[in-house]
Design a protein around this ligand. Structure first.
Ligand code: PLP
Length: 404
């Protein structure tokens, strides 16, 4: 019998906030019109869409006409990359710069673009998951058309110096996109201060609904569409608008920004308590930047542990955690960001290190977590690791070997 369920996987997705749910509700049943229809029911949806656009723009210091609604972070990232390459002035070249530690929505899109004749430079991160501005400076070429570097990493939580990186790209007249899916709603994001040309966000990471997001495109840039049809979103992104989704996203973001200071204090205290406890476990190491990290992400590797069943074992005691990004959380593979953090030599495409006996764990928190949740993890996690180690033959052999 599981004593308790503790959800510590908020970087994968979050519970919808009550405020967002209540604001969305009428748009399913009462105001169900198509926002493109000219009759009154349609116009109710249209005005909800436009007031949500204003709220989202305000939250990141953008103008409403710089916000385009999408189906989420993946689409926003894809659109930023493909759209930039379709722009008329992209003829100056076929070179893109990104990093090894991007989410697959950027990383795998870049890998695909390589097969289509584009050249991609993948900047390595240092052992804290940071991309050095100097490296970007050196990587920019005359034929570089886009730099895409994430604002905060989804696996290890490291926050990048986006303002500085963007300035370097702009000095060479190169457009800059940032995947801010893990950042928006969690840390202050001001597009004017950052100077970015494009920024991706996704509602379900800040307690909005799933399947809705936005791309910020700085005024003056016209991004060609990748989804073509009825011409919604000023011809930028066709498809009948997800009005309840957009309303929920705006409500959730408004709430997240309003409560950010208070939430950050609470959540980072949880994170730090977990980090302090876990680092007392033999072979545990923190991954990511010890200082510049998201308030809610605590990420570790356990050295000398070849048994990758950690997520399953935690789940048996009711703790929902992850080994990395949601797409790989069921997998036994360490992910790119963790690999980079472990690769002290750096500069190479990361190899997977599992054979050497390391297991990754990400615990991610938000304001829905309680002190009791944290106490429960503190009680159970060391026991789970000890149980796994007791079953871990290579580890036992090594331990005995060391004692001889
Ligand atoms: N980018 C980052 C950094 C993410 O963490 C995620 C989701 O895990 C995405 C993009 C994809 O967002 P979505 O799930 O809305 O498609």
């Amino acid at each position: 019998m599981i004593e308790k369920i503790v959800y510590a996987d908020n970087a994968a997705t979050t519970a919808l906030s009550d405020v967002a749910f209540e604001e969305m509700r009428p748009y399913f049943q009462n105001f169900y019109g198509n926002a493109s229809s000219v009759h009154s029911i349609g116009q109710d949806s249209k005005s909800a869409l436009e007031s949500s656009r204003k709220r989202i723009a305000n939250a990141i210091n953008a103008l409403p006409n710089e916000i385009f609604f999408t189906s989420g972070g993946t689409e926003s990232d894809n659109w930023a990359l493909y759209g930039r390459l379709l722009m008329k002035n992209s003829r100056k070249g076929k070179h893109i710069i990104t990093s090894y530690i991007e989410h697959s929505a950027v990383y795998r899109t870049c890998k695909f673009l390589e097969t289509e004749g584009y050249e991609v430079t993948y900047l390595p991160a240092d052992q804290y998951g940071r991309i050095a501005p100097e490296q970007l400076k050196q990587a920019i070429r005359d034929d570089t058309v886009l730099v895409s570097i994430m604002m905060a990493n989804n696996e290890i939580g490291t926050i990048q110096p986006i303002k500085e990186l963007c300035k370097i790209a702009h000095e060479r007249k190169v457009m800059f996109h940032t995947d801010a899916v893990q950042a928006v709603g969690h840390i202050p994001v001001d597009v004017r201060d950052l100077g970015v040309d494009m920024l991706s966000l996704s509602a379900h990471k800040f307690r909005g609904p799933k399947g809705v997001g936005a791309l910020y495109v700085r005024i003056g840039n016209i991004l060609p569409p990748i989804i073509i049809g009825g011409g919604q979103e000023k011809n930028g992104r066709s498809g009948t608008e997800n009005v309840p989704g957009v309303v929920g996203m705006a409500a959730a973001l408004n709430e997240a920004v309003k409560n950010m200071q208070e939430n950050t204090i609470k959540i980072s205290a949880f994170r730090d308590k977990i980090i302090e406890t876990v680092l007392q476990i033999d072979g545990a190491e923190l991954t990511g930047d010890p200082v510049n990290r998201l308030p809610g992400i605590a990420s570790f590797v356990f050295r000398g542990l070849t048994n990758a069943a950690i997520i399953a074992e935690l789940s048996k005691v009711g703790i929902c955690a992850s080994s990395g990004s949601a797409c790989s959380s069921g997998s036994t593979e360490l992910t790119r960001s963790v690999d980079q953090a472990l690769d002290k030599d750096n500069g190479q495409e990361p190899e997977h290190y599992l054979d050497e006996g390391k297991v990754a764990l990400r615990l991610s928190f938000n304001e829905c977590n309680t002190e009791e949740d944290i106490e429960y993890i503190i009680e159970k996690l060391p026991m789970v690791i000890a149980t796994l180690r007791s079953k871990d033959l290579p580890y036992i052999v090594k331990k005995i070997g060391n004692q001889i």
